[in-house]
Write a protein that binds this ligand. Structure first.
Ligand code: GLY
Ligand code: MN
Ligand code: MN
Length: 359
């Protein structure tokens, strides 16, 4: 399959609606609306009933929505006289599922007046569960986004050196990725050097790279709205024995997890494989985040790979494997790959070298 099969996605969502006894689903989260229609705009709603699919938008986007020709959708213009809530009012006797994390308190109050609270159900999980398993068109976009990130990493290595600021590095990487076809970054680039490499999410600053630093680069880009996410830590000029040893511990922890991750293994078990290696090396306290997370239309989505999450990995999930050690006020290391869970193991979409690179 080359292009997204929106009709199939909608019918799967309808099956989930039926299971939850929902007559209507009110879709307000941007990624979920895109997932169902391939359309995005700043003012746009999707309403699904058991048989009909509606896209509602205002004058500014109405023609664009019509031209997009979203299969199976009826497109309805809303304005101040005929709002989305006027549209929903005709279903006032029915049960409605809402996306509880993507509705304002104001909007919720209006819905309560229309439907009464007994008929409103929090249904965000419908999309969270549906989007766990990626179809081939989604994997193709994520793979392309991961290839572009790999390309940006190999290119930036030719430029990095003492005297350059973290910000200059981030700007160059962003430009490499956009020139290669990325539409946006998955998130602001993390470029953390020296002591700042101990900050797990140290955004690029004006700090100047110095000989002897570790530099952690965590970045990703978007292709067709799908994200990539990868991290590499490199050494500038030289690396002390302690730094080399910490680096190799993280590398071994990651490799052990990559070797074992496959369908049927629980997300907490996956985390434990890497964590136990870091624990044994004496750095357990310095690995304060989970092993990974799902990636798709969002850079952080279900499932979570962490000690407290007990779901199971399944074929078609796309997750990161990203152990790290962060020694406060000293230095840090993280290595992150993006992998597809396959029938027997993984397809690693991140191909950049993991031996310690000393630039
Ligand atoms: N860039 C954030 C993360 O790797 O999860
Ligand atoms: Mn990352
Ligand atoms: Mn990540």
């Amino acid at each position: 399959m080359c292009s997204p099969d929106f009709e199939k996605r909608i019918s799967e969502i309808r099956r989930r609606m039926e299971k939850q006894n929902l007559d209507i689903l009110f879709v307000t989260k941007p990624e979920d609306k895109y997932y169902l229609s391939g359309f995005e705009s700043s003012n746009f709603y999707i309403v699904l009933t058991d048989k009909s699919s509606y896209m509602l938008t205002d004058f500014r986007y109405f023609e664009a929505a019509r031209k997009k020709n979203c299969q199976g959708f009826e497109i309805i213009k809303v304005d101040s006289k005929h709002s989305i809530f006027d549209f929903l009012s005709k279903y006032d006797k029915m049960s409605i599922g809402i996306e509880e994390k993507h509705l304002t308190a104001d909007e919720f109050k209006i819905l309560e007046q229309i439907f009464t609270s007994e008929k409103i159900f929090f249904s965000q999980n419908i999309f969270e569960e549906q989007r766990l398993i990626k179809d081939s068109s989604e994997i193709r976009s994520i793979r392309k986004a991961a290839e572009i990130a790999d390309y940006a990493f190999s290119n930036i290595l030719k430029h990095i050196g003492p005297g350059m600021s973290e910000r200059e590095i981030a700007i160059k990487m962003e430009s490499f990725m956009k020139k290669e076809g990325a539409s946006r970054l998955s998130f602001d680039i993390i470029a953390a050097s020296g002591e700042r490499s101990a900050l797990p999410h140290g955004l690029a600053s004006e700090r100047i790279i110095q000989k002897g630093d570790f530099l952690t680069l965590d970045f990703g880009c978007m292709v067709d709205h799908y994200c990539s996410d990868m991290t590499r830590t490199v050494a500038i000029g030289k690396a002390s024995d302690e730094k080399k040893s910490v680096y190799n511990t993280v590398k071994d922890a990651q490799q052990a997890a990559l070797d074992k991750v496959k369908p049927g293994i629980s997300t907490s078990e996956a985390d434990k494989i890497a964590r136990s290696i870091i624990d044994r090396a004496g750095y357990g306290e310095c690995f304060g985040h989970g092993l990974g997370h799902g990636v798709g239309l969002e850079v952080h989505e279900a499932p979570r790979l962490s000690p407290s999450c007990h779901s199971y990995l399944r074929e078609g999930m796309v997750v990161t494997v990203e152990p790290g050690i962060y020694i406060a006020d000293s230095f840090g290391v993280r290595i992150e790959d993006l992998v597809v869970i396959t029938q027997n193991g993984i397809d690693n979409l991140t191909t950049s070298n993991k031996e310690l690179i000393i630039i």
